[in-house]
Write a protein that binds this ligand. Structure first.
Ligand code: PEP
Ligand code: MG
Length: 309
């Protein structure tokens, strides 16, 4: 298998022998959505809704949210789109949601945790998302950021279903959730791994801090071993487990992720074609062999070398 940076891609994510690994776009605005659709994304694996409100002083109304989400979903009529509920806090504080001061914002009340005290904000967002699904004709699923336990996942799924949205999933961004991937998958319809945060919390290394960037390398074998558990959980439950962090945008790592059992990869538009084209260069058995080889290494450089096959 060779990395096919320039190769053409037929628009259907699959290994050379036809094992499907869907290639999706990460979006946060209508412009991102158009760019992802233009690049051939099969759908959206992560719509970061908080990006719509980074400058908002007050909670947007349901009608405003519905219109904003519809504008992003419009290019994906009839296609799968995963809308993430507001991931406020830490690197993305929202004025109307985030606590004023916390000693460790990355470990504080962020992501889904905000909704435990203020479920009405979540319910209003879910109402807007259900409306946007209707208006756009996209096949909408909803997922929660920063989920730590099975109980949180089940609680979120029950709110999503009460809002009349068919499919509920959660992100795996916390090591405890990765270790409980199977039990979490039993409580929801799908999971998606946020490798940016999963790396940050696994290595106790701030994702915004250059001084510890080496630890946040997605080729770290310690991270790949957690991804293996998630791939195994997907196989055991027959439910989808995607990756929507930066790791999914590396074509060579995409082969490893396919080999680990991950079922979709979601990334920013510029990476879509290269990842789609590269997946088609290796069979599933070759991807599995690359995954096994990378897991047998002890550092990122050796993992990268092993994945060159
Ligand atoms: C992640 O953490 O990998 C992720 C996709 O979410 P975000 O980058 O928005 O935190
Ligand atoms: Mg994250």
């Amino acid at each position: 298998a060779t990395v096919a940076q320039r190769a053409e891609w037929n628009g259907t994510g699959a290994t050379a022998d036809g094992h499907r690994v869907k290639v999706y776009g990460n979006v946060g605005s209508p412009a991102d959505a158009l760019a992802a659709a233009d690049a051939g994304a099969e759908g959206v694996g992560l719509f970061r809704t908080e990006f719509c409100y980074l400058d908002a002083a007050d909670e947007p109304s349901v009608a405003d949210q519905r219109a904003a989400y519809t504008a992003v979903l419009a290019p994906f009529r009839g296609k799968p789109v995963i809308v993430r509920t507001l991931d406020a806090g830490a690197d993305k504080p929202l004025a109307f949601l985030s606590p004023e001061a916390e000693p460790n914002p990355a470990l504080g009340v962020r992501g889904l945790r905000v909704a435990f005290d203020r479920p009405e904000v979540l319910d209003r967002q879910l109402e807007a998302i259900a409306g946007a699904a209707e208006d756009s004709g996209a096949e909408v699923s909803v997922m929660a950021p920063m989920v730590a336990t099975v109980e949180e996942a089940a609680w979120f799924a029950s709110r999503v279903r009460a809002a009349g949205i068919a499919r509920a999933g959660v992100m795996i961004e916390i090591p405890a959730a990765a270790l409980s991937a199977r039990e979490i998958l039993e409580a929801v319809d799908f999971v998606s791994v946020g490798t940016n945060d999963l790396a940050q919390y696994t290595f106790a290394a701030d994702r915004q801090l250059g001084a510890v960037a080496k630890l946040n390398d997605p080729w770290q074998p310690g991270l790949l071993r957690l991804l293996k558990l998630i791939g195994e959980a997907a196989k055991a439950t027959g439910k989808p487990a995607g990756v929507c962090g930066e790791a999914a945008a590396d074509p060579r790592l995409a082969l490893v992720l396919a080999g680990l059992g991950l079922t979709s990869l979601s990334m920013n538009a510029p990476a879509i074609r290269a990842v789609g084209a590269t997946l088609a260069t290796a069979t599933l058995a070759e991807c599995e062999a690359l995954a096994e080889a990378t897991l047998a290494t002890s550092d990122p450089a050796a993992a990268r070398a092993a994945a060159r096959g």
